[in-house]
Design a protein around this ligand. Structure first.
Ligand code: ZN
Length: 210
């Protein structure tokens, strides 16, 4: 895929997320790895109205080289790319149900959303840990995400929202959508002792689809 095709795809996927309520206002940001750096949604931009020509271009050291100024949350994306060679794109949302789970005091921090369906396991993996709360923009958030991302394709920022990586732009967006659906199921089933996928079933899914 050429850089131009990637710019158009990023803008189309972002508009689709916005249209379906995964993001409101100027919340959320998306980045994708290129052969010579990264594309990133600009600061204060709405995912609903991105201009493919004005996306922020960063070099391989995350220095801004072209387009509008990048999102202030660029360091969340950098944490994933530096921790995971398999991260080709990163999506950060404040999607409602996943953010709701990130605010619950009694969930397991290492794995707040249990394996309810195969799709979460296939798209996100065995677990999605919660990162403790940091003020937006706090530089201490980056090493915390970096550490967790070594072992997880996605993390949930406490009282904030999910950061999700994928091999490709489309994979990362689908995984971010699956995180929101899994959070919705988890909240629907709270207090009802649902039947979970067992360890062998999760291992089988990961061996088959990873
Ligand atoms: Zn955010």
């Amino acid at each position: 895929m050429t850089e131009q095709e990637t710019r158009i795809l990023l803008s189309e996927l972002a508009a689709s997320l916005f249209a379906r309520g995964f993001s409101v206002g100027s919340a959320g940001n998306i980045s994708v790895r290129l052969p010579d750096g990264y594309l990133m949604t600009p600061t204060n931009s709405s995912l609903g109205r991105l201009d493919p020509e004005r996306l922020s271009k960063l070099d391989s050291d995350f220095r801004h080289v072209d387009g509008d100024k990048p999102s202030k949350e660029v360091f969340m994306h950098r944490a994933f790319y530096r921790a995971r060679d398999d991260a080709g794109a990163v999506v950060h949302l404040h999607s409602t149900q996943a953010t709701a789970v990130s605010c619950l005091p009694d969930v397991e921090l290492a794995n707040p959303i249990p394996p309810l369906t195969p799709y979460f396991v296939m798209r996100v993996g065995r677990h999605m840990p919660i990162i403790p709360y940091y003020r937006p923009g706090d530089p201490a958030m980056e090493p915390a995400i970096h550490q967790a991302a070594k072992d997880a394709r996605a993390v949930l920022l406490a009282n904030h929202g999910p950061v999700v990586s994928g091999k490709t732009l489309t994979d990362a967006v689908y995984a971010a959508e699956e995180v929101e659906e899994a959070a919705k199921l988890f909240l629907l089933l709270r207090g009802q002792s649902p039947r979970l996928l067992d360890d062998a079933q999760v291992t089988d899914l990961l061996a088959t689809f990873s």
